[in-house]
Write a protein that binds this ligand. Structure first.
Ligand code: ZN
Ligand code: ZN
Length: 405
């Protein structure tokens, strides 16, 4: 492994020589683990191989290990020589149901499953941090490492919380990261607003009419026409009913109805997603959707049924932790490495922890060339592995400082 930007770590070397040395000594192993995970991706709640690899390493390195937390989740605990604060670090382990189209030797061998969201990187990076602290030990406090399943379907964090991951011991701070090909290697970003990313809800709306011959619409109740009116009217929730300073996305990704151009169908089914940042707006939108769908459908003699499901909450992290992180990045790698960005209307189930524990979530730059410029969830997504050194450094130094302050 040829590392190109060693001088970028000059400050880390001077200020945290032990951590820097431990990271360098283990980087090759971590990259090997990462490539092995990329080659053997597993879907949400099916991360059996991955979680047993994680648990075995943690045990070997002297961690207290809990397995099967919230399905396939793993927790590793390392206690310091003296009592103190508890620092939590979280990684997600699942892959996506899609093909892997990278040309590297570590391309997925599991057909139709790919680590195109970089959770292989998150998992190996956190294992790397585990190794660093198993070598250095902790003077004070406790390190709690959370390897969660099923982030992609927004259920893993909740499942682990339901099985007690937030207690015994309770954490004083929980940090997470996500790889970001929109940032260069060596760059980091944080969100400069109350909410980091959006709450994700999904819905199925069924408009019921009465089928018939397209030539005699007056003897039918046209579910297709009602659906069209409902879709257009619902966009007015965004533009007319919600405070314009509070973002909402209302998208309909699928409409299914009818079999032929001259037959009016009995019903039309519409699937979509709602994204919001503000929890009050999150409550407001489905109420309005229900009223509009029912009102319009009934006015034409039809019916509407809305099945609305809340998947993940919006993420709100700790102001203080964000500022500390930003200062740390600036101190270690310079001002240009730190970016403050606007919230994303995408979702991340780390949000579930962020509602209950002081949290920090940052993005880790992974781009350095054309090959590493594909967005996450693209079949050719891959990272410049030098990013892992940055990820391990930030998680390690952050934890070290937090526990020793
Ligand atoms: Zn993803
Ligand atoms: Zn992801």
């Amino acid at each position: 492994m040829q590392l190109t930007q060693n001088d970028a770590f000059h400050k880390v070397e001077t200020k945290y020589p032990e951590i820097n040395k431990a990271i360098l000594q283990n980087l090759d192993t971590v990259i090997k683990i990462r490539r092995d995970l990329r080659q053997h991706p597993e879907l949400s709640f099916e991360e059996k191989r991955t979680s047993s690899i994680v648990a075995n390493y943690l045990r070997e390195w002297g961690y207290e290990v809990q397995e099967g937390v919230g399905g396939t989740g793993v927790v590793g605990i390392l206690k310091g020589r003296n009592p103190g604060k508890v620092m939590g670090l979280r990684a997600d382990m699942d892959a996506l149901p899609m093909d892997d189209e990278i040309s590297a030797a570590y391309k997925s061998i599991n057909e139709g499953i790919a680590h195109t969201c970089g959770h292989d990187v998150h998992t190996s990076n956190l294992l790397g941090v585990a190794k660093v602290f198993s070598e250095l030990g902790l003077e004070k406090g406790t390190l709690k490492l959370i390897f969660q399943p099923a982030e992609e379907i927004g259920q893993g964090a909740k499942a682990m919380i339901d099985e007690g991951v937030l207690v015994n011991p309770k954490m004083d701070l929980l940090a997470g990261l996500h790889v970001a090909p929109i940032l260069d290697v060596g760059e980091f970003s944080l969100v400069n607003s109350t909410y980091d990313c959006a709450a994700v809800d999904i819905f199925e709306l069924v408009i019921e009419g009465k089928g018939g011959h397209a030539a005699h619409p007056h003897r039918a109740i046209d579910a297709v026409m009602i659906s069209a009116q409902v879709l257009v009217a619902m966009q007015q929730i965004v533009s007319r009913q919600v405070d314009p300073l509070k973002p909402v996305v209302l998208s309909f990704g699928q409409i299914v109805g009818g079999t032929k151009g001259n037959i009016l169908p009995n019903s039309v089914t519409i699937n979509g997603t709602v994204r919001t940042l503000d929890p009050d707006v999150r409550d407001q939108v489905p109420e309005s959707m229900e009223k509009i769908a029912r009102g319009i459908a009934e006015s034409f003699g039809g019916k509407a049924h809305l099945d609305y499901q809340r998947v993940t909450s919006s993420m709100s992290t700790d102001e203080h932790a964000k500022n500390d992180f930003s200062e740390l990045v600036t101190e270690l790698f310079g001002e240009d490495s730190m970016h403050w960005v606007t919230p994303s209307m995408g979702g991340e189930d780390f949000a579930e922890y962020s509602k209950l524990v002081p949290s920090l979530f940052f993005r880790l730059g992974t781009r350095s060339s054309e090959e590493t410029d594909y967005s996450i969830h693209h079949p050719k997504f891959d990272i410049d592995e030098e990013a892992i050194r940055y990820g391990m450094t930030l998680f390690s130094v952050l934890s070290y400082k937090f526990l020793n302050e």
